[in-house]
Unconditional design. Structure first.
Length: 230
């Protein structure tokens, strides 16, 4: 696991501000979905949920903030891709993504959008795909304790529930609201060529729920605990 280039105090401040902002926005609809099931390959080694996605419409329409957090990855595990869906009445190519807000030193992911285009292994097809670095330099990967947020706009009617849709069936698993690919699971100890034997797994996110304030606080504390151990 890499050493963070951010101080714990700075990262803690970011997480606390995010949680405080979610709690204080009158009328905001917040949905959270957690990756707690491996549907293909090898499950990550930590206790699930391994990842979380949060959507926040800030009490209006036309702008949604999405946040991905590596809540409980361990060791050498890192995320290579994340898949999300959009209301089929909307065109994902119309979406505009802001510059990312990040906790961690990972490379910015590339963002791809097209209706029912991106297949998540044995599951179905998705409309949005984030692709993260697989570089051997661990500081470039999205791994334990990292987080990234985007403000998504471009469609006047866009709101939190615009992302609460299932993948198009195209395999034996799912459909799911979102999915992710995790690599670096249980690497070969003492091997310089870890990629020859590293395992990977595909994880599914649970149906989104509206979190209670206590749930948001626990998630924040859990994320801070991970960061303190880095």
């Amino acid at each position: 696991m890499r050493s963070s280039t951010h101080s714990f105090a700075t990262i803690a401040c970011v997480f606390c501000c995010v949680v405080a902002g979610l709690a204080s926005q009158a009328g905001a609809t917040v949905l959270i979905s957690q990756a707690a099931t491996a549907f293909s390959g090898t499950a990550p080694q930590g206790t699930p949920p391994w990842l979380s996605l949060t959507w926040n419409d800030h009490g209006g329409s036309g702008l949604v903030t999405v946040t991905l957090t590596a809540t409980n990855l361990t060791g050498s595990e890192f995320v290579t891709s994340v898949y999300m869906n959009l209301d089929p009445a909307l065109d994902p190519d119309d979406l505009d993504f802001s510059a990312p807000t990040k906790v961690g030193s990972f490379n910015n992911p590339s963002i791809h959008t097209e209706t029912d285009e991106y297949k998540a292994d044995g599951d179905g097809k998705y409309d949005i795909k984030l692709v993260f670095s697989t570089s051997a330099g661990t500081s470039k990967r999205f791994d334990a304790g990292d987080a990234v947020s985007y403000d998504i706009s471009g469609i006047a009617s866009l709101n939190t529930y615009s992302f609460d849709f299932l993948s198009k069936p195209a395999g034996g698993s799912g459909p799911f609201t979102a999915a992710a690919h995790v690599q670096g699971i249980n690497p070969c100890a003492g091997s310089y060529q870890v990629y020859c034997c590293d395992k990977s797994g595909w994880v599914a996110f649970d149906p989104p729920i509206i979190p209670e304030p206590a749930t948001m606080a626990l998630l924040a504390l859990g994320a801070l605990g991970l960061l303190r151990r880095r």
